[in-house]
Design a protein around this ligand. Structure first.
Ligand SMILES: *Cc1c(COP(=O)(O)O)cnc(C)c1O
Length: 365
C-alpha cells in the first residue's frame, strides 16, 4: 500500500468559484489565471473546472502549449510577455497574446518575422514597480507598438499592489485611466482581490478581469474576509491518515527539538504528512487540522514525513483515521487553507503552489 497521503482537486468547486468571480464582475470577461501549474492544482486537472473562462492567463510558454494541447482554441495571455526573441515564434504559431512591459520586448517584436500580427497587452507600472512602463513613458511605448506591422490590437493592463489591503487601489486606478484615457483598446486591471472588493465598479472591472486565487477558493484578503465570507469553495484537499498513536504523560515531549511538552496525559496521533509533502514546516503547535472531520491542532515541530496532532477531542481515533490538512473532509467539514497558511506565517497561495510532487493527486468531478 502506498503512503496514505493524497490530494484531491474539486472540479465542481473550481466551476463554482469561476462563476462567483463572474458574478462579482458583471459583464467583464474573465481570464482564468493558471500560472504555476494552476496554482499547484495541475493545469490538466484544473482545466475541466475552468473551461467556461474566456481565456487562460499564465507565464510559462510550456504551460501555454499544455493549454493548447488540451484543445483550448480561445485566448491565452502571457502575463510577463516573452523572455527572448525566439519565444515570439511560438506566440505566432499558437496564437498567444502577450504582455509587453519593456523596450526590449518592443525591439524583439520589431525584428520578428510573422504573417500574423500579434495581440498585445501593454503593461503599465502604476505603482507596483515590478514590470511595466511608468505612466510618463506609457504613451511613447504605445506609439512605438502602434507603428509596428507585427502588432494587431493593443490592450492596456496594470497590476495592483494593495488590492487586498489598507492602501487600496484608487491611486493606481487613477494613474491608469489618466495615462490611457484617449487610447483605443481593451483594458484589464483587476486581480482577485479587486474583483471581489471592487468588481461592482465599472472603472475597475473594465473589459477583462484576471482571476487567480479566487478560482482556487482562497480569500485574497484573509483574515479580513474569509473564503466563506466570499462564498468560495475549497478546490484542493490535502488528506492523509494516522499511522501511529502515542500516550503521553506530563513532561513528555514531542518531535525534533522537543518543542512541545505535555502538561498532563495526552493522546497524540502521528500523521503521514510532513514538509516534504508541502506542509509548511513553519506551522507551530496549535495549527488547525481535522481528524475524522473534527477540528483539533498540531503538536510540536513538523518533520519531513510526519507531524503530530492532539487527539483530545477524538479519543477513539486510531491508526487509519482520516486527517485533513486543508480542504474538505469526508464529513463535509472544511478547513480553509488560508487558516493553515496564516498559522505558518504565509498565504494560501504559497501552500497550494508548494504541494510536493511526491503527493499523488486526483481530480474529482
Ligand atoms: C498572478 C496574477 C494575477 C492573479 O492574481 P490573484 O491575486 O491570484 O488573483 C493577476 N494578474 C497578474 C499580472 C498576475 O501575475
Amino acid at each position: 500500500m502506498p503512503r496514505p497521503i493524497h490530494a484531491t482537486i474539486h472540479t465542481a468547486a473550481l466551476r463554482h468559484n469561476l462563476e462567483r468571480a463572474r458574478r462579482a464582475a458583471p459583464d467583464a470577461r474573465v481570464w482564468a489565471v493558471v500560472k504555476a501549474n494552476a496554482y499547484g492544482h495541475g493545469i490538466e486537472r484544473a482545466f475541466e473546472g475552468l473551461r467556461a473562462a474566456d481565456g487562460f492567463a499564465l507565464l510559462d510558454l510550456a504551460e501555454a502549449e499544455r493549454v493548447r494541447a488540451l484543445g483550448w482554441r480561445g485566448p491565452i495571455l502571457l502575463l510577463e510577455g516573452v523572455f527572448e526573441p525566439r519565444d515570439l515564434e511560438l506566440c505566432s504559431r499558437l496564437g498567444l497574446w502577450h504582455a509587453v512591459h519593456c523596450d526590449a520586448q518592443i525591439d524583439w517584436l520589431a525584428a520578428h518575422k510573422t504573417q500574423v500580427p500579434h495581440r498585445v497587452f501593454l503593461k503599465m507600472n502604476s505603482g507596483m514597480n515590478r514590470l511595466g512602463f511608468t505612466p510618463e513613458r506609457y504613451r511613447a511605448a504605445w506609439a512605438r507598438l502602434n507603428a509596428l506591422p507585427q502588432v494587431d490590437e493593443i490592450s492596456f493592463m496594470t497590476h495592483f499592489s494593495d488590492a487586498d489591503g489598507q492602501r487600496g487601489i484608487a491611486h493606481q486606478v487613477h494613474a491608469f485611466h489618466r495615462a490611457t484615457q484617449d487610447l483605443p483598446g481593451e483594458r484589464s486591471i483587476s486581480n482577485s482581490a479587486a474583483i471581489l472588493r471592487h468588481g461592482g465598479e465599472a472603472d475597475v472591472r473594465l473589459d477583462w478581469v484576471r482571476a487567480g486565487i479566487v478560482l482556487y477558493g482562497g480569500a485574497p484578503d484573509h483574515p479580513e474576509r474569509t473564503a466563506a465570507d466570499w462564498e468560495l469553495q475549497p478546490t484542493m484537499t490535502l488528506a492523509s491518515r494516522l499511522i501511529g498513536v502515542q500516550q503521553l504523560q506530563a513532561g513528555d515531549t514531542v518531535g525534533y527539538g522537543s518543542r512541545f511538552t505535555a502538561e498532563g496525559p495526552l493522546t497524540l496521533g502521528v500523521v503521514a504528512c510532513g514538509y516534504a509533502d508541502g506542509y509548511p514546516r513553519h506551522c507551530p503547535t496549535g495549527t488547525p487540522v481535522l481528524v475524522e472531520g473534527v477540528r483539533t491542532r498540531t503538536v510540536g515541530r513538523v518533520s519531513m514525513d510526519m507531524l503530530a496532532v492532539d487527539l483530545t477531542p477524538l479519543p477513539q481515533a486510531g491508526i487509519g483515521a482520516e486527517v485533513t490538512l486543508w480542504g474538505r473532509a469526508g464529513s463535509g467539514a472544511v478547513l480553509p487553507i488560508d487558516e493553515v497558511a496564516q498559522a505558518g506565517g504565509t498565504i494560501g497561495y504559497e501552500l497550494m503552489c508548494a504541494l510536493a510532487p511526491r503527493v499523488p493527486v486526483t481530480a474529482l468531478a
